[in-house]
Design a protein around this ligand. Structure first.
Ligand code: NAD
Ligand code: WQD
Length: 338
């Protein structure tokens, strides 16, 4: 029996593959490398000393999915594959719906056809939109996403819920991630965005190593303790472990289960910069800039449901996240591109 991991070469997928292999699971993986590289998979095997079975390909290709399910006994699917850039999703919304929503439908059809009924899905805190107060709880209203990327995640949550409603033998975990940062402590895998990063941590690390001249502080007049945006940063290794707990839960339960994966603590942009400077011993040049359109002041989780029902909670602190992000960027200044 194996776990099928879609988007396995990506940032969160590669870290989850490490945890799965260390936990004794067999992995069948698929990725089209639209936002990743083969090197990440090689590094996962190097870290763990174990092999996985990899199929290069696109989840929207039903023939390759059919082959995967025919050639392997798949016990459960962890579904990371998709596009994730908020800004880009406003420019090419149809690509986002095609990749994320249609891709998930093709995957679910293949699962149905091959009687595989356990699915862990990468959702996002973005589904809570801008109207709910933090700490965000799973029972709060969702769906008022502010961009096509967020809407695609919400639509997939609806589709998966309908899938369970028509077939109660499914077990589905919807994992709403907060802000994953950090990297594997080996420094061999990490986040490797294309172009100038939009997200805060890769922007900080690339500034630290001199790839970028300064860090723009996007808004200093928010109603927060120091005027900058507050977020729930979570170490990617902790996030990865949450997926193992979700797979374990689905081994003996059917239903649709929604969990926040966050730490429950909010840190501001300046908090993160200070922690990074401490961890790296470097000074990050900062420049105050206007708010980024669409950003909210504060977003952090109530992660207690995942602790109560999965026995999962984040273990690593902000210093660990900063130290690991820095090690990855320092060892790999150009990411996976040599
Ligand atoms: P990532 O881009 O690093 O990983 C996604 C992987 O999927 C990449 O390797 C990419 O090549 C692959 N992929 C994309 N479309 C594909 C397709 N049609 N077929 C096969 N492979 C495909 O992103 P990530 O940060 O690892 O995110 C993983 C998942 O978690 C995504 O669904 C993302 O939306 C979700 N998520 C991410 C964050 C975050 O901040 N990183 C937060 C919440 C949710
Ligand atoms: C964090 C804070 C910025 C960059 C996004 C997606 C979300 C999820 C995670 C996928 C904010 C500030 C940022 C910079 C800055 N992804 N900032 N200068 O926006 O909370 O979440 O990634 O599901 O859907 O929206 O994360 O890292 O972009 O920003 O000051 O150069 O850092 O304003 O307060 P965000 P982020």
């Amino acid at each position: 029996m194996a776990i099928l991991v879609t988007g396995a070469a990506g940032y969160i997928g590669s870290h989850t593959c490490v945890e799965l292999l260390c936990g004794g699971y067999d992995i069948v993986a698929i990725d089209n490398f639209s936002n990743s590289s083969q090197t990440a998979l090689d590094m996962v095997e190097r870290i763990t000393g174990k092999k996985m079975r990899f199929y290069p390909g696109d989840i929207r290709d039903k023939d390759i999915l059919n082959r995967i399910f025919t050639e392997n006994e798949i016990d459960a699917v962890i579904h990371f594959a998709g596009l994730k850039a908020v800004g880009e999703s406003c420019e090419i919304p149809l690509e986002y719906y095609d990749n994320n929503v249609y891709g998930s439908i093709v995957l679910c059809k293949a699962m149905l056809q091959h009687n595989c009924k356990r699915l862990v899905f990468s959702s996002s805190a973005t589904v809570y939109g801008e109207n709910n107060p933090s700490p965000l709880r799973e029972d709060m209203p969702v769906g008022a996403a502010t961009n096509p990327y967020g809407s695609s995640k919400y639509i997939i949550e609806l589709i998966l819920t309908d899938l369970f409603n028509c077939d109660n033998s499914f077990g589905i975990c919807l994992l709403r991630y907060f802000n994953p940062i950090g990297a594997h402590e080996s420094g061999l895998i990490g986040e490797d965005p294309n172009g100038i990063p939009n997200n805060l941590m890769p922007r900080i690390t690339q500034t630290a190593i001199g790839r970028l001249p300064y860090l723009p502080i996007r808004g200093t007049d928010y109603d927060t303790h120091d005027g900058t945006g507050v977020r729930d940063y979570i170490h990617v290794a902790d996030l990865a472990k949450g997926h193992i707990k979700a797979v374990e839960k689905l081994a003996n339960s059917t239903g649709v289960f929604t969990y926040n994966l966050g730490t429950g603590t909010g840190y501001s942009v300046y908090d993160l910069v200070r922690a990074f400077e401490k961890a790296s011993g470097l000074k990050i040049p900062c420049k105050k800039e206007p708010r980024r359109p669409g950003d909210i002041a504060v977003c952090y989780s109530d992660p207690s449901k995942a602790f109560k029902e999965l026995g999962w909670k984040a273990e690593k602190n902000l210093d660990d996240m900063c130290a690991d992000s820095f090690r990855w960027q320092k060892n790999n200044p150009n990411g996976y591109r040599k």
